[in-house]
Design a protein around this ligand. Structure first.
Ligand code: G3P
Length: 220
């Protein structure tokens, strides 16, 4: 039993009506298992989904800004107002500078929002843990979207990331992601010491998304 955070990315299947449907599936499955299931959705879908479901809803990104003259940007206050539990920070597909990650983690904390800082290897995981986020999530970029699970293909990255993060910050929770698709991949991640997984395509793009999520958490 662990955390399963589903990143809807900008997949067609993860946006608009289809995103609302998927969030409802996640809510339904969450009610039938002991795992913590949450979703990370686009800024455009955030308000609607946060209203529609009782599970935690995260933003996929926030910009490192205060309110002010910043065109086309969103800040942590805005996602909080829309009902977000927190945000992914520094996803491989939306990288940030170190100072910006620090700013966002502190800002989310000051607003009592949860931060999930994504990293790409063991040393960046340790560096991210030092910024004191709630979670770090290590995802080797070359495995993202491949269906080749990090927990099987690069178990040492998961194991060593857990050790490195905890040695820097014993309170930080460690997730892993990239290629996680089925229960075996998830269970392997937990066995390696991760507290859960951050995943996307295995659920968002599955033909039967409900069945895929049920299988992931061991309900099938
Ligand atoms: O944020 C999760 C992600 O980058 C992993 O993607 O499709 O390999 O599960 P995927």
């Amino acid at each position: 039993m662990g955390a399963v955070i589903i990143n809807f990315k900008a997949y067609k299947e993860g946006s608009g009506k289809s995103a609302v449907e998927l969030a409802k599936i996640a809510e339904d499955v969450a009610g039938r298992c002991d795992d913590y299931i949450a979703v990370a959705v686009t800024a455009l879908d955030l308000a609607e989904i946060a209203k529609e479901v009782s599970i935690d809803v995260y933003s996929q990104h926030v910009d490192p800004i205060e309110f002010g003259s910043h065109t086309g940007r969103i800040n942590a206050e805005m996602i909080k107002e829309k009902g977000a539990k927190g945000s992914l920070v520094n996803h491989s597909e939306r990288r940030l500078k170190l100072a910006d990650i620090d700013f966002i983690v502190s800002k989310l904390k000051s607003l009592e929002l949860t931060s999930i800082v994504c990293t790409n290897n063991v040393s960046t995981t340790a560096a991210a843990a030092a910024l004191n986020p709630d979670y770090v999530a290590v995802e080797p970029p070359e495995l993202i979207g491949t269906g080749v699970p990090v927990s099987k293909a690069e178990p040492e990255v998961v194991e060593n990331s857990v050790k490195a993060a905890k040695s820097v910050n014993s309170k930080v929770k460690v997730l892993c992601g990239a290629g996680i698709t089925c229960h075996e991949d998830y269970a392997a991640a937990l066995d390696l010491g991760a507290e859960g997984v951050l995943l996307a395509s295995g659920i968002v793009k599955a033909k039967d998304r409900k069945a895929a999520l049920e299988e992931l958490v061991g309900l099938r």
